[in-house]
Ligand binder design. Structure first.
Ligand code: FAD
Length: 469
C-alpha cells in the first residue's frame, strides 16, 4: 500500500540514477562503479539478492540517497539501491506509530505522516535522506529533549549477510537492538522500520544576532527552548541564534504578496546563494578575501532579527546552499563553551581563512552503542568548507586542528561526515565498541557488508575480541 499517492521529484531523480551504474554522493566528492546494482522492492526480494551475493562470494553495500559527505555508501562490488523500498506500509494514529520501508525519504515520510495529523518529532537541516540512511549514521537535529533520529525506532526488519530475515526490537532479538539502531550500513540491509512519531506540530522560530560571550554566559537558559541552535560566524566574531517553540498546528506566517516574494528571492537567492557562491569562487584565487566576504554576508543575511511560525518540517529544514565539505563531532554538553572558544582561538592563531558558519546543536543522550550521544547529552559542533561551483577548497589543516580540539574534549565524529581517525582511534571513544563488533560478526561473519569506509572506520577485529565470554 502506498500511502503517499504520487511520487515526487526526488523519487524521479532517484529513478534516473537507477539506470546508471555510476554512483556519486551529494557533494560529488565520492563515486563508485558497482559491478551489479540491485533494486529490491520487498524484504523477500532483498533476501534473494543477498543469498545470491553470498553464493557469488561478493561484497555488498546499501545506497540510500547518497547524502553522506563521505565514502560510507560506496562500493565497487554489488550495490543495493533502496529506491524501490519506498512505501509507507502502515500508519497507526492511536499508537502514533508508523511502519515504513527503509528507502522512503524523510520528506516523503513527513508528507505521509502529515496526511494523518502526525509528524517526526525532530529533524535535521534537510529531509532528502532515506530513513534507512539517516538511522544508519545517527542523523540528528537539535533540542535537548530529543535524541538522534534512531531513538524513535521501535522495530527493525533486517536481512542479514547470512540471508536471514530477522525482526529486532526491545521484545524480539533485543540483544541486537542497541547495535542495530546505528549500524553504519554494516549489519545487513534494513528493509522496514517501525517508528514512534508524534502529533503534528508547528514551530514558532525566533532568530537573532548576538555575541558568543553573551550566548555562552546564558546557555542553560537558552537550552530550555524546545529546539535551540546557533551559528558562530568566524572572522565577524558574531553569532546567529535560532530558537524554536513547539505550537499546535495551524497558525502560519501569512502568505507573502508578490513584492514580498520578490524581496525574499532577492535576499535568499540572489544575495544569499548566487552572489555568495560567486564571491567564494573568487576567493579560491585569493583566500584573503574570505573575512570580507563573511562580513558582507553577515551584514546581508544575519543582521536583523526574524520571526516566523509554520509547519515543523519547513521550520526545521533550511537551504544548505551548494556543495560542501563538512566535519562534525559531538562532545559532552559540558564542554560546549570550551570547545567553541578553542576553535575561535585556533582560527585566529593559525590565521585560517574559513567559511561561515560553524554550527552548534544540542542532542539528548541515549544508550545506542555507536551513537555519538551514547551515555551523554551532547553538543554537536560542525565546521564547513564550501565548494563553489564544485571547486575543492583545501581545508585539511583547518579540519585537522578542529578535530584535535574535539578529540581532546571526548569528542566523537559524525559517522556520515568527513573525519580523520580510523578504527584504532575511534574504538577508544565508544565503551560498547566490542559489543557492536560482536553483533556485527554474528550477523556478518564474512564481512560481506564491508567497504573501504568500514575497513577504515570499523576495521576487522581479532577473533578473540569477537567471541562471547
Ligand atoms: C545538505 C546536507 C545536510 C545534512 N544535514 C544533516 C543534519 O542536519 N543532521 C545530521 O545528522 N546529518 C545531516 N546530514 C547527513 C545525512 O543525514 C547522512 O549522511 C545520512 O546518512 C544520509 O542518508 P542517505 O539516505 O543519503 O544515506 P547514504 O548516504 O546513501 O548511506 C549512508 C549509510 O547508510 C547505509 N544505508 C542506507 N540505507 C540503508 C538500509 N536500508 N539498510 C542498511 N544500510 C543502509 C549505507 O550503506 C551507508 O552506510 C546532511 C547531509 C547533507 C548532504
Amino acid at each position: 500500500m502506498n500511502l503517499l499517492g504520487k511520487n515526487n521529484f526526488f523519487v524521479e531523480k532517484k529513478y534516473e540514477m537507477r539506470n546508471k551504474k555510476h554512483f556519486i554522493n551529494w557533494s560529488n566528492q565520492y563515486q563508485c562503479r558497482p559491478t551489479y546494482v540491485h533494486h529490491p522492492a520487498s524484504t523477500g526480494e532483498a533476501r534473494n539478492i543477498i543469498r545470491q551475493a553470498v553464493e557469488r562470494k561478493t561484497k555488498i553495500r546499501v545506497f540510500g540517497s547518497g547524502h553522506s559527505p563521505s565514502d560510507i555508501a560506496m562500493s565497487n562490488y554489488d550495490l543495493i539501491c533502496s529506491d524501490r523500498l519506498n512505501q509507507i506500509l502502515n500508519i497507526n494514529w492511536d499508537s502514533q506509530t508508523i511502519v515504513t520501508q527503509a528507502g522512503v525519504t524523510l520528506k516523503e515520510l513527513s508528507e505521509g505522516l502529515g496526511q494523518h495529523g502526525l509528524a517526526l518529532p525532530n529533524l535535521g537541516s534537510i529531509s532528502d535522506q532515506t530513513v534507512g540512511g539517516a538511522i544508519a549514521t545517527a542523523t540528528h537535529g537539535t533540542g535537548l529533549n530529543y535524541g538522534i533520529l534512531s531513538t524513535i525506532i521501535q522495530e527493525i526488519t533486517l536481512v542479514t549477510a547470512l540471508g536471514e530475515v530477522i525482526k529486532i526490537s526491545k521484545d524480539e532479538n533485543s540483544q541486537l537492538f542497541n547495535a542495530a539502531k546505528c549500524h553504519l550500513g554494516s549489519l545487513g540491509l534494513v528493509t522496514e522500520l517501525k517508528l514512534l512519531t508524534t502529533k503534528e506540530f508547528d514551530l514558532e522560530v525566533q532568530e537573532q544576532p548576538g555575541t558568543l560571550e553573551n550566548i555562552l554566559d546564558t546557555l542553560p537558559k537558552r537550552l530550555q527552548a524546545d529546539h535551540y541552535r546557533f551559528w558562530y560566524l568566524p572572522h565577524v566574531d558574531k553569532v546567529w541564534e535560532w530558537s524554536a517553540t513547539r505550537k499546535p498546528p495551524g497558525k502560519t506566517t501569512p502568505r507573502q504578496n508578490f513584492f514580498q516574494r520578490l524581496q525574499s528571492w532577492y535576499q535568499e537567492k540572489l544575495i544569499g546563494y548566487y552572489t555568495f557562491e560567486l564571491l567564494l569562487y573568487l576567493a579560491t584565487y585569493n583566500q584573503g578575501l574570505i573575512p570580507s566576504i563573511n562580513s558582507w554576508y553577515v551584514q546581508q543575511m544575519f543582521s536583523q532579527p526574524k520571526h516566523s511560525q509554520g509547519n515543523s518540517v519547513d521550520q526545521f529544514n533550511f537551504n544548505c546552499l551548494f556543495k560542501q565539505q563538512v566535519n562534525e563531532w559531538a562532545i559532552p554538553i559540558e564542554h560546549t563553551a570550551e570547545a567553541i572558544l578553542q576553535i575561535r582561538q585556533m582560527i585566529i592563531k593559525k590565521d585560517y581563512q574559513v567559511h561561515l558558519p560553524i554550527e552548534v546543536r544540542f542532542v539528548k543522550g541515549d544508550d545506542i552503542w555507536l551513537s555519538p550521544c551514547q551515555g551523554r547529552d551532547s553538543c554537536y559542533i560542525g565546521v564547513i568548507t564550501y565548494m563553489p561551483y564544485g571547486t575543492s577548497v583545501n581545508c585539511q589543516a583547518y579540519f585537522k586542528d578542529y578535530e584535535q580540539i574535539m578529540a581532546s574534549l571526548e569528542g566523537r565524529p559524525h559517522w556520515a561526515k568527513r573525519f580523520g581517525p580510523d578504527a584504532k582511534e575511534v574504538e577508544n571513544m565508544y565503551p560498547h565498541w566490542n559489543d557492536f563488533q560482536k553483533v556485527r560478526y554474528q550477523l556478518d561473519p564474512n564481512y560481506l557488508f564491508s567497504n573501504s569506509y568500514s575497513d577504515r572506520v570499523l576495521g576487522k577485529p581479532q577473533k578473540s575480541v569477537l567471541s562471547y565470554s
